[in-house]
Ligand binder design. Structure first.
Ligand SMILES: O=c1ccn([C@@H]2O[C@H](COP(=O)(O)O)[C@@H](O)[C@H]2O)c(=O)[nH]1
Length: 292
């Protein structure tokens, strides 16, 4: 594989032509019903085909949610294949929302399923979950880079339950990935601060976070998109060239338990000590346990 144009410039071009809108296809039972369609594979097929016809060639990107196709089994997955093919034929970028994340050969198989040029379920980009560690995503990141596809890594999601994990803080051992520059502004100056350029190059991070926005929202998601797409084509993009921002190179992962209520419990030597979940506003007010 070689000459595929990277996804970033392709998305930037699509947005320049059609605007920043990414249309989600989420055919849940209620929506099918509202369209006067049965909650069946036939209804799904009709809904998805209408979306392809309506949005193909009109918007920068379409995001089918895989779960709403998978719930109908192999026939639903066949509709998803047809939907992705229809978008391809229309020249519209597809972002398949599958939120996959696993380790080793399993992650490799997910990558093959969605990012390989020969796969019937290939999309222009997918969503992945970094819960098993950003490095576990490497098979997807590498294949995407090789085939000119994109990988959107979940960081902050819009659901309220996400904060317990996504905003958990470590006790000085490897921390959850942070937005470049986010935590360092809040911390005392004794905290080591990586040089911004080195940090972003090492992490391959390409997201930008608007400052002063403590809570994730759906609107926020589209801002991240815009920030990502406005980066120059030469900027490193999520290829796992190093630890994420806020994680020291060479830092060891370890085990830790997040107790109900947020109390911290170490689970052994080198354990990553997650303490309490918090939202951004509380975090700014609370003392930082790593500085005590
Ligand atoms: O943080 C999030 C939240 C939702 N999604 C996906 O988007 C659609 C629905 O979003 P709404 O906010 O309900 O309109 C669905 O496919 C979710 O899985 C997401 O990707 N990230």
């Amino acid at each position: 594989m070689g000459a595929a144009q990277p996804f970033g410039p392709r998305l930037a071009a699509a947005m320049a032509e059609h605007g920043p809108l990414c249309v989600g296809i989420d055919p849940h039972a209620g929506l099918l019903g509202a369209w006067g369609l049965p909650d069946s594979v036939e209804g799904l097929e009709r809904f998805a085909a209408t979306c392809v016809e309506a949005f193909g060639g009109q918007v920068a990107c379409v995001k089918p949610q895989s779960a709403f196709f998978e719930r109908f089994g192999s026939r639903g997955v066949a509709v998803l294949e047809a939907t992705l093919a229809g978008l391809r034929d229309a020249g519209t970028l597809s972002l398949l929302d599958v939120k996959r994340g696993d380790i080793g050969s399993t992650m490799g198989a997910y990558a093959d399923a969605y990012l390989d040029e020969a796969s019937p379920l290939r999309a222009d980009a997918i969503t992945v979950s970094p819960y098993l560690g950003y490095g576990s995503l490497r098979p997807a990141l590498d294949l995407a880079a090789a085939t000119g596809r994109g990988v959107f890594v979940l960081t902050l999601t819009s659901n309220p339950e996400g904060a317990a994990v996504q905003h958990a803080r470590s006790g000085g051992l490897p921390e959850p990935a942070r937005w470049p520059g986010e935590s360092w502004r809040e911390r005392p100056s004794t905290t080591p601060r990586p040089a911004p350029a080195a940090s972003s190059a090492a992490s391959g991070s390409s997201w930008g976070r608007p400052s002063g926005r403590p809570c994730p929202t759906s609107t926020w998601t589209s801002r991240r998109w815009a920030a990502r797409c406005s980066l120059p084509a030469s900027a490193p993009r999520g290829h796992g060239r190093g630890p994420p921002p806020g994680v020291r190179p060479g830092a060891r992962p370890g085990a830790g338990v997040l107790e109900p209520g947020g109390a911290r419990r170490r689970t052994g030597r080198g354990g990553a000590a997650l303490d309490r979940p918090c939202d951004g506003r509380r975090r700014a007010q609370e003392p930082d346990p790593t500085q005590q």
